[in-house]
Design a protein around this ligand. Structure first.
Ligand code: VGL
Ligand code: ZN
Length: 198
């Protein structure tokens, strides 16, 4: 069994001062850096949206941040503009150790579809390619850390478990947005999918 550490979206826009700041999002950085030493493989994800992305409230006249809309692929929360390709907000937190990353997987680049999960876009069928990468490297077990627990970590953990990977979520090295009970729902969903929350 080969283990990988999957570090989700530890980017400036999800840290205090960023466009979609997750409370205490930066506090997990030192612990994630230390944890990298325990894993033979480290993979980072990077939320990476074109300007005018369909998940931004600013792309939908009359809509506000955090409104919910119906997209062709299902309900979608509308976010403040964040993680725009090439912006400082899209860069990894400056203290995150990125040298250890074997792979950096970007997601959310399709203008019409959001992508919370590191495996599939929000249509739940367009692959990012991460599954093939992990399988061809013989990686069977994943430990997830990062931002945000209730969105990108949650969707990545659920997809990974559904795909048959052994999934552990280090809750102490994740932080949540927590809107409308999203954190409690995410915890239930990850557990039902078979992820171990530790
Ligand atoms: C995320 C909302 C929008 C996340 C990304 O990384 O959890 N959340 N884009
Ligand atoms: Zn995003």
């Amino acid at each position: 069994m080969t283990q990988a550490l999957l570090v989700i979206d530890v980017q400036n826009d999800f840290c205090p001062g960023g466009a979609l700041a997750v409370p205490e999002g930066d506090s997990i950085v030192p612990g994630i850096n230390e944890l990298m030493a325990d894993f033979p493989a480290v993979i980072l994800t990077q939320d990476w949206h074109p300007a005018g992305h369909s998940s931004f409230a600013s792309s939908h006249p009359g809509k506000q941040d955090m409104d919910l809309i119906d997209m062709p692929y299902g309900p979608q929360v509308l976010w403040p503009d964040h993680c725009i390709q090439g912006s400082i907000g899209a860069q990894f937190h400056p203290d995150l150790t990125t040298d250890r990353a074997d792979l950096i997987i970007r997601k959310g680049y399709n203008p019409a579809i959001d992508s919370y999960s590191a495996f599939f876009e929000n249509d739940q069928k367009t692959p990012t390619g991460l599954e093939g990468y992990l399988r061809t490297r013989g990686i069977t077990a994943l430990t997830l850390v990062g931002l945000a627990t209730d969105f990108c970590v949650n969707f990545s953990a659920v997809d990974a478990a559904k795909l048959g990977f052994e999934v552990t979520v280090r809750q102490d090295l994740c932080r949540a947005i927590d809107i409308g009970g999203s954190l409690a729902a995410a915890r239930d969903g990850m557990k039902s999918a078979g992820a171990a929350l530790v």
